[in-house]
Design a protein. Structure first.
Length: 789
């Protein structure tokens, strides 16, 4: 039946006939002209409009035969008009003549909306965000409407986790490793952030609630250009960021180089109150993390011909971190009298290096959209992590001699290698757009952990707590995606098949191995209906999978103190989610959307209480979930100098437990966001931003979260004929964005408090120099999301 369903997707849908006009626009030297405005009119009425792509190609659709006028317009070329009597698909190649005085610079003065909402996603235009200047990718994600971030997780408000990609490439990272990597990406390298809530079959099925895609910039100015960025951020400690990029574009070659360095100190505070039957433990801790990171990137693109393009990318990221955490636990008895005190000092050193290399080949067979794209990527990552933990227990604050002492020294080496190979063939026929393709992924993960116990030079190797694990995952995927538009309707059907083979080994004193083969089908459906010029409706459905991150598969123990540690589980299973979305758009400025998600086999690290009041946070599959959400978004431009974006969400969550130590949880809540962008002078050289969001009480699995809210302010100045940009940002003005939550496991209540200093002041400088002959933006990657759809 599944095979039959897959084959049926390839059959055309019944629909009315459509006619396509396509062609290529070039100059007198036969060089393609990108971004030419192409307009089709019938009896002076606008019928269709588009722009040429980077190869000079265009494609338009009309619904009936007749006599049409085509207009081709670019500021550097003489406007041209051609007329046709069209009764079938028509190819119209055109040559434009340059104007006598070619403009030395084209500056687009129109301003894009900061937030654009579409049926399957919403897009944040980073270039128009004032508070984004001088920030990093993780900070930008945290300020993205509807996104919730913590020191270990990125998720959608009212929903579940998302997978993070950069230029449609999955980051093989989770938790703290993902956060650390995102902090190495400067906002000056980011064009936009896309939150794709209903990915098509062309995307990997990974990510319960969808994909958060970071689209980087490719500077396509003719000649050369360079940008230098400096930023200084002050919270309790200071952080400095320096970034430089160089772009060269001439003839068939395009080169982009980027370097970034950041160094600073971060402070994180946390507290845990644990209420045992006979005792209450109050833990207060503070960690100081001195970190440095260096990031470099290279992008080379070469046009073999007007139809064929090659690209090569390379990136390298190095991160060094030295974190010292000091925690103190006060232990009280039944009568609330102090029983004892436990002091712990932990020193964690981490050093990681990650490199990736990518090649891509893209060929356009003709101007009607038929193309073949093939790509391969290689990622290699290594990390060394070592921790020294020293603990002392006292009977009271005035007793100088400790009652007991203990020491734990741990080391872990992680090596990760990922190879991906993929291909996509796109072919339009009879008004349909068909894409078929496949992808193969090969993952090799190795962890080697060592635990030593004892004080000073008397450390003793603990073989039973020193796992060595290997994890190999091979995954082959094929997909088919079919689109059709006719009259007021648009349809998109897709099916993705993924076959995964997993081999694992975890060994301490005893060896445990496992093997699993899994075949999964991931259907997707999108239906759109345009009622009239003001109202449109959309329905989307998709099945997704959330595979455990490599950190959760690592059995290495990370100690908070002598009584609290976290460890992974190489036997975790992926969770599977079914998502349904229904939306209505009014004038593309007011959008109402309802969504429902059903999640099976949710996983996370949950507290397991052991003898001696030791808390082990172990990774388990222990929850199913039903998530409901209603979201309203509105864009307002009442006056020319002010743009306001509003978002209101209401949600209901229900988590159903699969283990006896916790109870089912359910809660309803809401979220509100307001963003204001203001131009403060007529020359548009001074602008401001005010952004506020509020999150009511919330639940995630067994955890109940308290309310959170945040206010950001920003100013931006354009100086020296807009070559120098100066930005000022105050984040978390009210110091209200701290995280508090509580859990109840095995009838034991715990209250948690986390604060990672979202409140800061930042000064940013950006200076641009070089050629400014043509200003236009080019898609960041030939396989960018818009092209893939």
């Amino acid at each position: 039946m599944k095979l039959l369903f897959y084959i049926m997707l390839l059959f055309p849908l019944a629909g009315s006939a459509q006619i396509f006009i396509s062609g290529k626009v070039s100059d007198r030297n036969k060089m393609p002209i990108p971004f030419v405005n192409v307009v089709v009119k019938h009896d002076s009425s606008l019928v269709a409009q588009t722009i040429t792509d980077t190869s000079g190609n265009y494609r338009l659709k009309i619904n009936k035969t007749g006599y049409y006028d085509l207009f081709f317009q670019d500021l550097n070329f003489i406007r041209k008009k051609v007329s046709f009597s069209i009764s079938k698909d028509t190819i119209a190649d055109l040559e434009l003549e340059e104007t006598a005085h070619k403009l030395s610079e084209v500056v687009i003065s129109s301003r894009k909306n900061l937030i654009a909402r579409k049926p399957d996603k919403y897009v944040i235009d980073v270039a128009n965000s004032i508070t984004a200047m001088g920030a990093d990718a993780f900070s930008l994600i945290g300020k993205t409407p509807g996104i919730k971030t913590s020191s270990k997780q990125i998720s959608l408000m009212g929903k579940s986790d998302v997978i993070v990609t950069v230029d449609d490439k999955i980051l093989q990272l989770t938790g703290e490793d993902l956060v650390s990597f995102l902090k190495t990406i400067s906002s000056s390298d980011i064009a936009k952030i896309e939150v794709v809530t209903s990915p098509s079959a062309k995307y990997d099925a990974q990510g319960s609630s969808g994909v958060l895609n970071i689209v980087t910039k490719i500077n396509s100015k003719e000649g050369y250009s360079a940008t230098v960025n400096l930023s200084y951020r002050q919270h309790q400690y200071a952080t400095f960021n320096e970034q430089a990029s160089l772009a060269f574009n001439k003839g068939k070659w395009q080169l982009n180089v980027g370097l970034a360095y950041a160094a600073g100190t971060d402070l994180e505070k946390n507290g845990i109150d644990t209420y045992y039957t006979n005792q209450t433990w109050h833990l207060q801790g503070a960690g100081i993390d001195k970190n440095r990171n260096f990031n470099s990137g290279l992008d080379i693109q070469y046009r073999l011909s007007d139809q064929t393009q090659l690209s090569f990318t390379f990136s390298n990221t190095n991160i060094k971190s030295a974190k010292k955490t000091d925690s103190k636990t006060h232990i009280f008895g039944l009568n609330n009298q102090l029983d004892s005190i436990s002091n712990s000092i932990a020193a964690l050193n981490r050093k990681s290096s990650q490199s990736s290399v990518g090649f891509q080949f893209k060929h356009s067979f003709n101007s009607d959209g038929k193309s073949l794209t093939m790509a391969t990527d290689w990622l290699d990552r290594g990390e060394n992590r070592s921790q020294n933990l020293w603990s002392q227990n006292y009977l009271s604050p005035v007793v100088l001699q400790p009652l007991s002492q203990s020491g734990i020294r741990s080391k872990n080496r992680t090596d990760l290698a990922v190879l991906t190979v993929n291909a996509e063939f796109k072919v339009p026929f009879d008004g349909y757009e068909l894409s078929v393709g496949g992808k193969a992924t090969f993952i090799d993960l190795r962890n080697n952990s060592q635990i030593f116990e004892g004080l000073n030079d008397e450390n003793v190797f603990n073989a039973s707590q020193s796992p060595v694990s290997t994890y190999k995952e091979n995954r082959q995927a094929v997909f088919s995606d079919l689109k059709k538009t006719f009259d007021k309707w648009k349809f998109q059907l897709g099916l993705r098949m993924e076959y995964t083979q997993i081999n694992g080994l975890s060994a301490t004193i005893h060896k445990t191995s496992f093997r699993k083969d899994d075949l999964q089908f991931f259907p997707s459906l999108s239906i759109g209906y345009n009622l009239n010029e003001s109202n449109s409706f959309d329905l989307t459905y998709g099945k997704r999978i959330n595979r455990p991150g490599f950190k959760l598969l690592n059995p290495f123990r990370a100690y908070v103190n002598a009584y609290d540690y976290w460890e992974g589980n190489p036997f975790l299973r992926p969770s599977v989610t079914n998502n349904l979305n229904i939306s209505h758009s009014f004038h593309q400025t007011f959008i109402t959307a309802f969504s429902y998600s059903n999640i099976k086999d949710n996983f996370e690290q949950i507290a397991v209480f052991q003898p001696g009041n030791v808390v082990a946070h172990q990774a388990l599959n222990y929850m199913n979930a039903h998530l409901y959400q209603l979201m309203l978004t509105k864009s307002i431009r009442a006056v020319g100098w002010l743009e306001t974006n509003l978002q209101l969400q209401g949600f209901y969550k229900e988590y159903l437990t699969k283990i006896s130590s916790i109870s089912d949880t359910k809660l309803k809540g809401w979220y509100f966001m307001m963003n204001n962008q203001m131009q403060l002078n007529g020359a548009k050289t001074v602008s401001a931003e005010l952004s506020f969001w509020y999150q009511s009480s919330n639940i995630e699995l067994e955890a109940f979260y308290g309310k959170q809210y945040n206010l950001d302010l920003g100013l931006k100045f354009l100086l020296l004929q807009k070559s120098l940009n100066v930005g000022l940002t105050i984040s978390d003005v009210l110091k209200s964005n701290s995280e508090r939550f509580s859990t109840r496991v095995n009838h034991i209540n715990q209250d948690f408090y986390n604060y990672w200093e979202p409140r800061f002041f930042r000064l940013s400088l950006q200076y641009k120099l070089g050629s400014r002959k043509i200003k236009y933006d080019k898609p960041s990657h030939p396989n960018s999301e818009e092209d893939r759809r």
